[in-house]
Each structure stands twice: as structure tokens, then as C-alpha cells.
Design a binder for this molecule. Sequence first.
Ligand code: CMC
Length: 440
Amino acid sequence: MAVGKMEGCGKATLKLEIGGAAPKEVELPVYCGTEGPSVVDVRGLYREAGVFTHDPGFFSTSSCASAITFIDGEEGILRHRGYDIQDLADNCTYLEVCYLLMYGELPNEKEYQEFAHKITYHTMVHEQINFLLRGFPRRAHPMAILVGSVASLSAFYHDSLDIFDEKQRDLASIRMLAKMPTLTAMAHKYSLGQPFVYPRNDLDYTSNFLHMMFATPCEEYKVSDVAARAMNKLLILHADHEQNASTSTVRLASSSQANPFACIGAGISCLWGPAHGGANEAVIDMLEEIGDVSNIPEFINRAKDKEDPFRLMGFGHRVYKNYDPRAAVLKLSCDEVLEEVGVTNSPKLQIAKELERIALEDEYFVERKLFPNVDFYSGIIYEALHIPVELYTGLFAMARTAGWVAQWREMISDPEQKIGRPRQIYTGEPRRDFVPMKKR
Ligand code: CMC
């Protein structure tokens, strides 16, 4: 598997003038990737000069070399292994993209069939997991169930926990991809009080997921082609996004050599927050709260008001300072899917489009380069497919498992990888004398 290779391409000289000390120059190596900004390697800085770099939120820090995903936030470009996201979303199945992310190349027919077969034959979960789920309250959020049940896979599949064994890594990867739809659908069925639906091996990945979501033992369920196609596209668009918060969480957790199921459980926890994957659910709540196109100006004003914690959900991105290319694909998909499922007049879609139009003309959003992101339109499609809003972030997690798995595999194979251990600037009390309790 290809690991991101950094080529030395220059040196940076850093001149430090700290306090009254004599100025000091430190020479640092510079590396260039195949695309994107070059990086200054600061690993030797503390050794050479006794100072740390300070970058909370990682605005200017690269944490690894990776050959999986390239983003140009200024231009609004997203590519996986060199392929534009639009091409992948228009032409591939989600499993083809999983293969691409994991192994570096698009599969040929034989490779694809073998991969799909392996995934299909790992979709069932250990029967004991049914009982684990039954311990949750019926009203539990599906993300709580996913965090718990995914991490618990490490208790069931002991033969895929050795991260230094390539075969076990592969087995864990296949299991993760195969079982995520099953667990996500189980979380949904549990909330409804309906029986869990077992996977069906004659269905493809997305159709099988929809079947497990919507079939009941009482009658035949036919998966709709429109729904399967839309779901396939949604999964591809969420599959990977380089070193975002949840992927970095998976990498950081794995850097201690923890098992993959526990690490992906950590990634799911991070994704849950409304600043990250939880935004898709928050967008729908927001559109409902806005309620009518006439109320949009009030919400735009609230988003601009620094005294008000309200933000336009599904707007803004740390990396994209241009239209998120995933949102562009989804905006088009919204129209297609709604038309195909017969929703001719979606008030939420109307509000979303008008909100986008007004925001993109407003100086506040223009100045800060705030555009719709992937979460802005996805919920409207999920709603048309009858997916309940509490499950939107779970679907994001299911899709992003491809990226987490690929990034985890790349990291384990990378000889440069070390345990992640950031440092800090200490701003607390300097040393002081201990005071016994009676004297405090
Ligand atoms: N509504 C109103 N103002 C915003 C918004 C927004 N959605 N996003 C950013 N801003 C303002 C922010 O107040 C700040 O203004 P100022 O410079 O005057 O202080 C400026 O824009 C920069 O924002 P930031 O919070 O410093 O930027 P960040 O890169 O740390 O945060 C973000 C990125 C995605 C967390 C943020 O844009 C946000 O909270 N968006 C809403 C939540 C959302 O849609 N999240 C999904 C992200 S994409 C998918 C994913 O990652 O899962």
C-alpha cells in the first residue's frame, strides 16, 4: 500500500529573538508533497532551540504524510487518490471507493467481486450484540449506540486485534466496513421497537442497508432504485476528508497501538459534535426553526451577532474557503431525488436555497468566505428517503468508516509514525509552598 512520501525540497531558516537572549538561527528541512503547500519540519526545533510551536486547532500544522485524499480549500477541490470527487460520485459504487481509499487503486472487475464478496460475508454481527443493544434505553441516540457497539466489537473479534499482523488488519478493516450498516440499521430498528432485520447476501451494499433499515418480517420489502442510488452517492461524498477532527481522533487513538474497533469508536464520538458530523442533524433542526422563507433575515442577523451563539449550521469550513464540492453535488442531487420520490414542493429545500442565496450575498459571509458545506443539503435528501433525523450523523459515521479504516491502515504502515503527544504552553502558577488544609 502506498504511504505518503515526503520529498525534501529546501530549507527554512528561523531567526529567534527571545527576550534579551542573543538571536539564534535554526535551519529546518522543508518537504514538498505532490500537491498543496509544502511543510516545514519542526520536529527538531525543541532540540535545537528549546521552543515549541503553538497551534491550537491545527491551523498551520500537518500531522502526517498521506497519499489518500487531497483538498484545495481555496479552489474547492477534493480528490481521492487523484480522482475528482464528482467523477467518483457519478460513476462508482461506494465499495469501489472504499477499495480505492484502502488499496490505492480502483479495483478491476475481479478485484471488485472478491472485495464485495468478502464484505457481504461479514455483514452479520455476533448474535450476542443483540443483547448488548437491548441494554440501551429505547430513546438512546443512535450515535450513543454506535459508539458503544462499534467499540464493543473488540470484545467479539479477538482474531483481528493484532495491528502488527497485516492479515488481521485486513480482516478488521473488512469487518468494520461490513458491520457498520448492520449496526446503524439495528440502532434504528431498536428505536422503533421493531425486530432487527438480518443482512441479505443477494443485495449490494447500499440496498442491503436500506433493506435492514426498512424491511419488517410481515411483508416483502422491495428496495427502491432511486433510494439505493441516492444513498450510494451520499456514502461516497462522505467517505473521506483527509485529517478532519474524527479522522485525526482515530489516528491519535491508534498511535498508542490501541485496537482498530476501539479507535473507530473514538472517531464516532468525535464525529457526533455539531461542529463536525452532527451538523447534518442540526441543519434540519435549524430549517425547521426558521419555518418560513420570510424568517430568514432574522436568522441571518442572529448568525452575524457575536453576542448570540447561533451559527448557520451547514455553513463554513476550516479548509474550504470556496463552495464545498460535496455540497455542490448534493444540491443537484436534492432536486433529482425529490423529484424522483415525488416530493414536488419541499419547504425545507426552499428555505435552504433561499438561505444560501441571501448568505452568499451578505458581506459578513462573503468576507469570511463562508459557503455551504457537505451537511447543508444532505439532510434534505435523507428526509426524502424517510431516514429519521437522529440517524443522519450515524449515516455520516457509516460512510466515513471507509476513510477511518484507510487512514488507520496507512498510519500503521508508516515507519515515521510515533505516538501522538502534543505539548503545551503552561500558563498556571509557578512553584509555590504547600499550605496545610487548616491554614487554607
Ligand atoms: N455561521 C456564522 N458565522 C460563522 C459560521 C457559521 N456557520 N462559521 C464560521 N463563522 C464565523 C466565525 O464566527 C468567525 O468569525 P470572526 O472571524 O468574526 O470571529 C469566522 O467565521 C471563522 O470561524 P471559525 O469558527 O474561527 O472557523 P473554524 O475553521 O474554526 O470553524 C466550523 C469551522 C465548520 C466549525 C464553523 O464554520 C462552524 O461552526 N460551522 C457550523 C457547523 C457546521 O456546519 N459544521 C460542519 C462542518 S463540514 C462537515 C464536517 O466537518 O463534519
